[in-house]
Design a protein around this ligand. Structure first.
Ligand SMILES: *[C@@H]1O[C@H](CO)[C@@H](O)[C@H](O)[C@H]1NC(C)=O
Length: 226
């Protein structure tokens, strides 16, 4: 994966805001999985973007994932993923298996994010994280405008994920390299990103949905800064 600098769409203090969101959500946490039956998340995160989010760790040489799961990507009973067939299951790498179609997927940022969250003192007690993988390798932001396959798939998955005991806490967006190859794409990026966020917030009826945007460092040959 490319080194990345975390930035945020509206302001640069993503973590404090995220922690504030947890505080707000604490009151809404419901005890799920009574009797150990089907578990359900309490905090839901949408994971979208291109390969950096889809996950290529251990999958960049040869034609298969090497199967190595670093400790920060290990499964945990408190981290679920929404499967391609829209069911909650224990999250395991590769998180985007069956979602990031046509690509060799490996480990990505989703699991370390969930672990960090659950370790945070601000995380509500008993929280169960629900990850909703939606990324697709190589996609420019034009593939994510309202009405496109990627956008509609993401919104449909997010709606299912947010319909149960879990609240959609944030959208994690790790995308952009595909828009650094052509000058016109780079110049159009800010407007497209704004439209994307506006549309997602409206379609999910979450006008204050937190969006955490990660900016890729540019790759070669390059290119136009986003
Ligand atoms: C991205 O957009 C192009 C142009 O509309 C389209 O041909 C392609 O299928 C899209 N890719 C995905 C993954 O949606």
């Amino acid at each position: 994966m490319e080194p990345a600098a975390a930035t945020m769409l509206s302001g640069r203090r993503a973590l404090p805001i995220l922690l504030a969101v947890f505080a707000l959500l604490a009151a809404a946490v419901t005890v799920s999985a009574r009797g150990g039956a089907e578990r359900a998340p309490t905090l839901v995160f949408i994971l979208a973007g291109q390969s950096n989010m889809g996950g290529r760790g251990g999958a960049t040489s040869g034609n298969r994932w090497d199967g190595v799961v670093p400790p920060e990507c290990a499964p945990s009973p408190r981290t679920l993923r929404l499967s391609p067939s829209l069911r909650w299951e224990e999250a395991r790498e590769p998180l985007h298996a069956g979602v990031d179609a046509g690509n060799v997927v490996g480990v990505g940022p989703g699991m370390p994010f969930a672990h960090a969250l659950l370790r945070s003192p601000a995380c509500p007690r008993g929280a169960v994280v629900g990850l909703v993988p939606c990324a697709q390798g190589g996609t420019p932001i034009a593939n994510w405008s309202r009405g496109t396959e990627m956008y509609e798939r993401m919104v449909a998955r997010a709606r299912v994920a947010g319909a149960g005991t879990g609240r959609v806490a944030a959208l994690l967006w790790f995308q952009g390299e595909a828009d650094t190859m052509r000058r016109e794409d780079a110049l159009a990026y800010a407007g497209r990103m704004e439209a994307f966020v506006r549309d997602v917030r409206r379609d999910l009826a979450l006008p204050n949905l937190l969006v955490i945007q990660v900016r890729s460092s540019v790759s070669t040959p390059l290119i136009f800064p986003l």
